[in-house]
Ligand binder design. Structure first.
Ligand code: AHG
Ligand code: MN
Ligand code: MN
Length: 336
């Protein structure tokens, strides 16, 4: 008989440590996020056949065009997290205001902040997509959820993860106990442990960025890119450029093979594009727990004190050595 790898539930039990919020509630949370992943993966597999491609004609709170699949993914997230019974309130990229799912005192421990569909420009071209989630516990225990409970620094996250819809569907999670990746076996309907205790190399040879924006970047950032492309055998340059337009997919590559992903601020738009609470923070927690780093160029992402639910932030994330070089170049301290 072939023994198959552990399911998420078996793995959590076997760890022997109590996950944030307790073993029962945390297992339930991950199993419901797993259901979201299965449901979305099913829709994405047949997206061209079921009239879910294209846009809704609306713009979201970020002023961005909403794809039909953004809306569908958001509805799935809200419905399934509500059913889970363990989520008190949620924040979504696609909704201006938080949604409170259960009253204080009902024993639902988690606040979940998420990007229901990441890389949605990829929907119409059959390219990878993702979903990102951040988990915090309310600061005031069982009391009413206030905005301050949801706007927490990245270091206050008790768990974070992403779903990646690539050639296979994966769930990658960090909950204070290493970073672990599970691959969906669609025939068993289970996520099985395939990537235990992921560690990011301290230096890589891959960069991911939308270089179409090169001339909008500050001089230090342009200089860093110029140097990554120089031929320099000792420094293993030039780096390979890899960019899919889906943050989850691009960071997943870097997490496994090392290197650097950048979505810098621009001279005219210093806050950058990506959102702090449900894109940068959860990915920063995952990458840091795997041994990497995440920075704005001047500050650690996880230390930022949020001022708004949907605030944006520049993001430089990946191998520790690469992130440090980019920071130094951006700050004019070295030539990388
Ligand atoms: P979202 O689809 O959730 O709005 O996120 C899109 C993000 C991210 O996935 C990706 O890295 C980046 O935007 C791509 O932006 P560009 O098209 O500017 O490269
Ligand atoms: Mn996104
Ligand atoms: Mn999105």
């Amino acid at each position: 008989m072939t023994l198959h790898p552990q399911t998420v539930e078996q793995f959590l039990k076997s760890c022997g440590t109590v996950p944030p919020g307790g073993l029962g509630p945390f297992t339930s949370l991950l199993s419901h996020i797993g259901i979201i992943g299965k449901s979305l993966a099913r829709d994405l597999r047949v997206a061209g056949l079921i009239d879910v491609l294209g846009t809704t004609g609306q713009t979201n709170v970020q002023g961005e065009t909403v794809k039909k699949l953004d809306e569908i993914a958001n509805e799935i997230f809200v419905r399934v997290l509500r059913q889970s019974g363990v989520v008190r309130a949620l924040v979504s990229e696609e909704m201006e205001k938080p949604v409170v799912l259960s009253a204080a005192g009902e024993g639902s421990p988690y606040l979940v902040l998420f990007d229901p569909l990441d890389g949605s420009s990829n929907t119409d071209v059959n390219m990878p997509l993702g979903s990102i989630f951040s988990v915090v516990l309310p600061g005031n225990g069982e009391g009413r959820v206030a905005d301050a409970d949801l706007m927490r620094r990245g270091v206050d996250q008790v768990a974070a993860g992403y779903l990646l819809f690539g050639s296979s569907t994966m769930l990658v999670v960090a909950a204070g106990n290493g970073v672990h990746g599970f691959t969906l076996d669609p025939w068993l309907g289970e996520y099985l442990l395939t990537h235990q205790n992921i560690k990011i190399p301290s230096k890589g040879t891959v960069y991911g960025a939308n270089e179409g924006n090169y001339n909008k970047w500050p001089p230090g950032m342009r200089k860093y890119f110029d140097q990554l492309k120089l031929v320099d055998k000792a420094k293993r340059r030039p780096y390979s450029g890899r960019y899919s337009g889906c943050l989850v997919a691009d960071v997943h590559r870097i997490l496994l093979v090392g290197g650097i992903y950048l979505y810098p601020g621009e001279t005219e738009k210093p806050e950058g594009k990506l959102r702090l609470l449900y894109e940068a923070n959860p990915l920063a927690l995952i990458v840091e727990q795997a041994g990497g780093a995440a920075s704005t160029g001047t500050n650690r992402i996880l230390d930022i004190e949020p001022v708004a639910l949907h605030q944006r932030v520049p993001l430089i994330i990946g191998s520790r050595g690469d992130v440090q070089e980019a920071e130094q170049c951006l700050q004019g301290k070295s030539s990388a």
